[in-house]
Design a protein around this ligand. Structure first.
Ligand code: ADP
Ligand code: SF4
Length: 673
């Protein structure tokens, strides 16, 4: 154990239970919820094995009137749920960690699309995104809610959880009650702050009664309230002081969810610190909070300077489930640091199981038997062409497996697209994808790197490696083809650029149109880079808003705000139809109505073309199979997000020479006798 960090490994009493150390995996979504209990148990167990002293579930519905479909939520509705949750708690306990469960009622926010039960609200209000309003809760409903919560707490105890949460934030039912503007009740649950907090107080007291002295009671609470209209800072602080002793642990968040789980593009590490510090002084109880911390020094500072008692993490524990063990064992340079891209969160929002740019094994612990720290041994020689995220990940895995690895890249330095993209505005942290892997393979005597080496098919054949992995990436298309245009559009030979040109340092000046048919970060980021260089930028997108897909990564609002603040004109639901070097032609995606605009340059952010020529030449007409000597990985196989390139490389590298350890398991209900 590295004695500098001993304080992070001191046990801490939380009510009736004792956390073995200060590493606390706060409740976080996994895209699995109640539907994938085996998958989830293996994921949570891996965190506990990696040294997290407390491992919590995601939001866990107490009753069918709180159903967040299609977003994957956990549930503790009945004995079946108890059995599945017990498997999770048991898996966590096996590694000496405590298991926490976040009891949750969604209130008006949810639409109950699966259960079709009426949603319940402090008053009747529209749900988050469906044309469905909640039922105003009468006294009988409040009584029933309390019964459900009590029963859920008992079930949580029966499933052997150690920490049971009450959850009055993030816009769900209990926050509705706390809100001055939403809570219009005239009874003892509305009006004064004391009345608005009555339900929370009762649930805290009743949860304690329900779990007895077996479990700790935690509360997830916003340190700075929910905004002036709902629960202002003073009111939040009054409640922290008044209710402080009713919980054994305060899990502090902040009112702005998009800041709380902000991406590295917009929110720095440790952004909650001052607000959490002020709140902790009021509770008189242990406090946990998050900050996307990956450095042990930053974690230690949080403890030492009295910000928190336990260092909370969701994303850093996803990017590296073994982060605590690595600190304990003095292997700090092995930590796979979260890059703050929010791809993990995005896939929950898409109803899919979690994935991570940095950690390809997350979510695959049960399905594919992947362990983040262990790979099967292997033998032989491998030549990897391309040292982008895919090539680097493959080199790292194959190096760990014992192969003789040669990694070549045309560029003089490694990183491929992450090196290029991390130079764009806001994306600096993405270089961690490169740096972690370069650091790891730098220590492997069996991995040789050849940067500044453009390889052709003849050289690769002459190299005579047992296996060849082609990881040559993809290039942005220069012809307008993408989602909207299935064929190239009419374009001038000059003054038409791609993101690759901008990443190469080209900065078109004057009136520059950026056509975004990709809808993620690249279009807005290119627009911002050009605006920063002095261009007058018109951003044209076929979507309804700027960087539309980044709503899934909780970045869309900040993206559009940053663009507007940078003076970028945003034209939505519009496609670029052509550009002759002077005049830009656009068409409305609904009416087809066209318009002409004066422009000096056009940047096309539409789609990418795999750079697979080398692969095609080497693989010949035979195509690829697991047995082929030549395989393609990453963007050269399928242009996608960086997480997909890393995953594709990991899968091929892990299975090279041995095939899959077993077929990927499917978790589903089977009709049986
Ligand atoms: P991925 O995301 O799949 O890793 P990247 O585009 O980030 O893809 O990386 C591809 C890398 O391959 C780039 O660094 C590029 O320089 C390199 N590359 C492409 N063609 C060759 C080649 N013929 N020889 C060596 N390196 C190449
Ligand atoms: Fe961090 Fe991105 Fe991984 Fe999420 S997906 S844990 S934000 S690196």
């Amino acid at each position: 154990m590295d004695s500098r960090f001993a304080a992070l490994f001191e046990p801490l009493r939380i009510g009736p239970v004792i956390a073995p150390n200060r590493f606390y995996q706060v409740p976080h979504c996994t895209g699995m919820g109640h539907a994938l209990p085996h998958t989830l148990a293996a994921l949570r167990a891996t965190k506990a094995e990696g040294g997290w002293g407390v491992v919590c579930t995601e939001y866990c519905s107490i009753h069918p009137s709180s159903d967040d479909h299609p977003y994957p939520f956990a549930s503790v509705w009945d004995d079946g749920d108890v059995a599945n949750l017990a498997a999770i708690a048991e898996a966590v306990h096996r590694h000496g960690a405590l298991a926490g469960i976040e009891l949750w009622h969604g209130g008006s926010y949810v639409a109950n699309l699966a259960t079709r039960a009426p949603s319940l609200g402090v008053r009747s209000m529209p749900s988050r995104e469906d044309p469905i309003q909640s039922q105003r809760m009468d006294r009988a409903d409040i009584r029933r809610l309390k019964d459900w919560h009590r029963a859920a707490a008992r079930r949580a105890r029966a499933a052997d959880f150690d920490i049971v949460y009450v959850y009055p934030t993030h816009g769900y039912l209990l926050s509705e009650f706390l809100s001055r503007s939403l809570n219009d009740r005239r009874d003892e649950y509305g009006g004064s702050l004391e009345n608005r907090a009555r339900l929370l107080r009762e649930l805290l007291e009743e949860t304690r009664d329900a779990v007895g002295d077996r479990c700790a009671v935690a509360v997830r609470f916003s340190a700075d309230g929910h905004g002036e209209a709902h629960l202002n800072l003073e009111e939040a602080q009054t409640l922290l002081a008044a209710l402080g002793p009713l919980a054994d642990l305060w899990d502090l968040v902040i009112g702005d969810y998009e800041e709380e789980m902000g991406s590295s593009r917009f929110v720095a590490e440790g952004a909650l610190e001052s607000r959490v510090r002020a709140a902790r002084a009021l509770t008189g109880r242990p406090v946990v909070s998050v900050g996307r911390f990956t450095s042990p020094d930053a974690m230690l500072h949080q403890l030492r300077s009295g910000v928190v008692d336990l260092v909370g993490a969701a994303r850093p524990s996803i990017a590296d489930p073994f982060l605590p063990c690595k600190i304990r064992d003095g292997r700090i340079d092995e930590i796979r640091e979260c890059i703050g891209c929010n791809v993990c969160y995005a896939h929950d929002a898409r109803g899919a199981a979690i994935r991570c740019t940095q950690n390809p094994t997350i979510g695959e612990e049960w399905r594919r038997g992947w362990h983040p720290e262990r790979v099967p041994p292997g033998r032989g020689s491998v030549l990897i062409v391309g040292a982008g995220p895919a090539g680097l990940e493959a080199a790292q895995v194959l190096g760990r497996r014992g192969f003789e690895v040669s990694l070549a890249d045309r560029d003089g330095s490694p990183g491929g697209r992450v090196s290029r993209e991390s130079r764009l505005p806001g994306l600096a942290a993405w270089a961690r994808v490169r740096d972690h892997r370069v650091g790891q393979i730098g220590r492997m005597a069996n991995v040789a790197t050849y940067y500044g080496s453009a390889l052709d098919a003849a050289t690769i054949r002459d190299f005579a490696a047992d296996h060849v992995l082609i990881a040559t990436g993809a290039r942005w298309r220069r012809d307008g083809t993408g989602r909207w245009h299935s064929r190239p559009i009419e374009l001038a030979a000059q003054r038409v650029y791609t993101p690759d040109d901008v990443m190469d340092g080209v900065r078109p000046a004057g009136r520059v149109a950026v056509f975004d048919d990709d809808h993620y970060y690249m279009g807005p980021v290119i627009a911002l880079a050009l605006a920063a260089a002095g261009a007058s930028v018109h951003y044209v997108t076929t979507a309804g808003r700027a960087g539309d897909w980044s709503s899934h990564t909780a970045e869309q609002r900040r993206t559009q705000r940053a663009m507007l603040e940078a003076g970028i004109e945003i034209l939505v639901s519009t496609a670029v139809a052509g550009f002759d070097g002077q005049t830009l032609r656009t068409e409305c995606v609904f009416t087809g109505r066209d318009a002409a605009w004066g422009a000096d340059a056009l940047v096309l952010v539409t789609s990418r073309e795999p750079s697979d020529g080398l692969y095609a030449e080497l693989a010949g007409s035979g195509g690829e199979s697991q047995e082929s000597r030549v395989l393609r990985i990453g963007d050269c196989r399928q242009p996608s997000i960086i997480a997909a390139a890393v995953y594709s490389a990991h899968a091929v590298a892990r299975e090279l020479g041995v095939g899959a350890e077993r077929p990927a398991a499917r978790e589903r209900v089977l009709i049986g006798p």
